[in-house]
Ligand binder design. Structure first.
Ligand SMILES: Cc1cc2nc3c(=O)[nH]c(=O)nc-3n(C[C@H](O)[C@H](O)[C@H](O)COP(=O)(O)OP(=O)(O)OC[C@H]3O[C@@H](n4cnc5c(N)ncnc54)[C@H](O)[C@@H]3O)c2cc1C
Length: 464
């Protein structure tokens, strides 16, 4: 824990004199609440939390942090798996008070400030039957998710979050305000679409909107996990022919103790295929019918429902404060071998809270050129996001070992990794996430926009 003495008192008073947001230091009542991030296994003590109310605060905070020489963490929604949005002894530039959203229903665009959460953006856009493809848990931050790429229930129909991004407002490492779009600073715009927080602080995003729902056919169908090899083989062949409107996520877990799960199923190991059909309800019902008819499902929750309800489906499985550990990889396809590894390791899940997704890729996201944005892995088959979860430290080590072993068993099949699903895994893994050629291009861009690596608490791309 760092003492406040390391902050320059005079400079801090000067910052405070014009700061519109809140400056919070150790010992203040709100400090402990505000230094917390989503992953409960992260417990860090910054020297200052600068809660920005607007762009002027962000500029002032960057200039103050630069002069202080302390490490800087940037916080949007606080959902970084390894907790990169908080640091020990440094300064947290916290954008979470910046929650403005403006939808233009006629022009079909939306502007969202950097503290906006996915559920807030969905709420505003769905008022007009529109949506941004974003992510699958409502309390995730738009900022971090977008800067990494953004995979979602809508990505096969409408692409990644970045594929609907029109422009970004950015405060650079030297405290300058710039805009990035296809026409203004296009090199920066390229890097922001997948390069994470490496090039500056995004203060506002502008998205294109597409019609979605408001009713969609969506939800999971579950079978006992012993049937996983059979279910996954059927699933693999069925989704091979799926239209872009259909997005699926496979889940292995112990059935949760939630009201809609029959008591006899709760706590039993299950495999589920969750669907979302981003098109007319009648078409969706037809497309999901073979899945619902396969074998004897233990529970079928795949029905027409509001898109907003579906977007909140996973919220109870990933609350703030539990302990989470992730290992992730993409694979080209669900070969028999991948399926058998998956089934074997899933049966070893111990924690009743562990629930991990396998994401189906393809569709619109794969039709954007690999070189068009910094995001990498558009041609992947599936993304494994092996997630070990416990409520507290108890049992965490054992569950973490399970995730590591499972991931290692899949190693021969890894093709790539999604940068937003990395823990702190070292430079080589960041390079792996982008591939050698793109990594070099990103390093050159970093040299241009942040030659001192001021923004380094992220999936870091050091300047060339
Ligand atoms: C429960 C949960 C569900 C998820 N679901 C999905 C999903 O469906 N699809 C998906 O693609 N990903 C998903 N993710 C991963 C998610 O995209 C990343 O964790 C993302 O980084 C979270 O963004 P954040 O703003 O909430 O996080 P933060 O922890 O605030 O930030 C994450 C990283 O982004 C940087 N950053 C944040 N804001 C800014 C900014 N304004 N400017 C510059 N840098 C910034 C931070 O410095 C940090 O390095 C999920 C994560 C969680 C925890």
């Amino acid at each position: 824990m760092v003492s406040e003495a390391e902050l320059d008192r005079g400079a801090l008073s000067e910052l405070a004199a014009s700061f519109r947001g809140q400056l919070v230091q150790p010992g203040e009542p709100a400090y402990d609440e505000l230094r917390r991030v989503w992953n409960g296994s992260i417990d860090r003590f910054p020297a200052l939390i600068a809660r920005c109310a607007g762009v002027a605060d962000v500029i002032a905070a960057v200039r103050f942090a630069r002069a202080s020489g302390l490490a800087v963490a940037v916080r949007g929604g606080g959902h970084s798996f390894p907790g990169l949005s908080v640091c020990d002894g440094g300064i947290v530039i916290d954008l979470s008070p910046m929650r403005g959203i403006r939808v233009d229903p006629v022009g079909r665009t939306a502007r969202a400030q950097a503290g906006v959460l996915l559920g807030e953006l969905d709420r505003e856009t769905q008022a007009f039957g529109l949506a941004v493809p974003s992510g699958i848990v409502t309390h995730t931050g738009v900022a971090g998710l977008t800067l990494g790429g953004g995979i979602s229930w809508l990505m096969r129909k409408h692409g990644l979050t970045i594929d609907q991004l029109l422009s970004v407002d950015v405060v650079t490492a030297d405290g300058e305000f710039v805009k990035a779009s296809e026409t203004e600073n296009p090199d920066l715009f390229w890097g922001l679409r997948g390069g994470g927080g490496n090039f500056g602080i995004a203060t506002e995003f502008e998205f294109r909107l597409n019609p979605v729902g408001p009713t969609v056919v969506a939800g999971p169908v579950f079978w006992p996990m012993e049937e996983s090899p059979k279910v996954l083989r059927f699933y693999r062949d069925w989704v091979a022919e799926a239209p872009d409107e259909l997005m699926t996520i496979v889940i292995h877990r112990k059935a949760p103790a939630l009201p809609f799960v029959p008591p006899e199923l709760q706590g039993r190991l299950v495999v589920g295929v969750a669907c979302c059909y981003a098109g007319p309800v009648e078409d969706g019902e037809r497309v999901v019918a073979p899945l619902k008819a396969f074998g004897s499902p233990a529970l079928d929750l795949c029905v027409p429902k509001p898109y907003l309800t579906h977007q909140a489906m996973f919220d109870p499985s990933f609350p703030h404060g539990w302990w989470y550990y992730f290992r992730s990889c993409d694979v080209a396809g669900l070969s028999d071998e991948v399926i058998d590894i998956t089934a074997e390791h899933s049966l070893k899940i111990k924690s009743p809270l562990t629930s991990y997704p396998i994401w189906q890729l393809g569709g619109a996201m794969a039709r954007v050129g690999e070189a068009d944005t910094a995001f990498s892995g558009r041609n992947g088959g599936y993304t494994f996001n092996i997630n070990a979860t416990t409520a507290t430290a108890e049992g965490f080590e054992e569950e973490r070992e399970w995730a590591r072993n499972f991931w290692s068993a899949l190693r021969p099949h890894h093709t790539n990794v999604y940068v937003n699903f990395l823990m702190e895994e070292g430079q080589e893994r960041v390079r792996e996430a982008y591939g050698a050629e793109k990594y070099d291009r990103l390093k050159a861009l970093k040299r241009r926009y942040d030659p001192d690596n001021f923004f380094r608490l992220n999936q870091n791309i050091p300047p060339a």
